[in-house]
Design a protein. Structure first.
Length: 277
């Protein structure tokens, strides 16, 4: 897919996300929307060996959603990729559904269960070490939230990633500046991210996570032979793509009413129409 096609797909995934969260009456929609562009790029441009007919294909790249509360974004991406049928995604929030509020390996295409924040990078480090030990070429990608950067296990993983020269590991930090209780810099300051992670020996690259063009350019520029793990600081907007949600902390976890759902879908459909014209 080219950049325009990926941008259109991300918008279609965004529309589907709004509808799914509205129907389920639950979801961390603000953080879902901020990372959806990156997730679309990962599954439709970056990651190799993904096969809905063989979810555990040995040579596949691995993805870990460390910010597991934003699983709705992963669900709609997996549906678009063919891992989930629409009728399964429509059961989100219903009794007996295989889809819960955090990733579980019961769902095709999901590699690990994730819930408590801060553990995804440690799991990703283990995966990357395994690939190195087995002399395999597949890569591991871990998506973290900025609100989980206060978790100590992240920095244990950061040290290990450097020690074992895991250039086959890419962590993406969804830097939308808002967590459940407010701005990250008020709750637990994490700036300057680049200097901090560079000090841990990581290859740190900043990108505009709201721009598909910049996302693709950044991923394509990663040097997987430099003996350093990679951190992409993805500068994003909480609630991206729905104007009344953008940059608003209350949409960290928010339930849309009917009119809000209609307004959001209309706004997204208008953008899709312009992109496809």
């Amino acid at each position: 897919m080219n950049t325009k096609e990926l941008t259109i797909l991300a918008e279609k995934n965004r529309k589907r996300l709004v509808e799914v969260v509205y129907r389920a009456k639950a979801g961390h929609i603000g953080g879902d929307l901020s990372c959806l562009n990156v997730m679309t790029a990962l599954y439709f441009h970056v990651m190799k060996g993904l096969d809905p007919q063989e979810p555990k294909a040995p040579g596949r790249d691995r993805f870990v959603l460390s910010k597991g509360h934003c699983v709705e974004a992963l669900y709609v991406t997996l549906e678009a990729k063919g891992f989930l049928k629409p009728e399964v995604l429509d059961t989100l929030g219903q009794y007996g559904s295989i889809l819960s509020g955090h990733p579980t390996i019961e769902v095709p295409g999901i590699e690990v269960n994730s819930g408590a924040l801060g553990h995804g990078l440690s799991i990703g480090v283990g995966m990357a070490i395994a690939a190195k030990m087995d002399q395999k070429t597949w890569k591991t990608y871990v998506l973290m939230g900025d609100g989980e950067q206060g978790e100590g296990s992240i920095y244990e993983a950061a040290m290990a990633g450097n020690k074992y020269q895991l250039d086959n590991l890419v962590a993406i930090l969804d830097r939308n500046h808002l967590q459940i209780s407010g701005d990250t810099e008020d709750v637990m300051p994490i700036d300057s991210i680049k200097e901090r992670w560079s000090a841990f020996g990581w290859d740190v690259i900043e990108m505009n996570g709201d721009s598909m063009e910049d996302i693709i350019k950044t991923f394509d520029a990663i040097d997987y032979t430099n003996k350093k793990p990679h951190l992409l600081v993805s500068n994003t907007t909480k609630g991206k793509g729905v104007s009344f949600m953008e940059g608003i902390a209350k949409w960290h976890h928010g339930v849309l009413n009917e009119q809000q759902c209609l307004d959001a879908v209309k706004e997204i459909e208008e953008r899709i129409e312009k992109l496809e014209a």
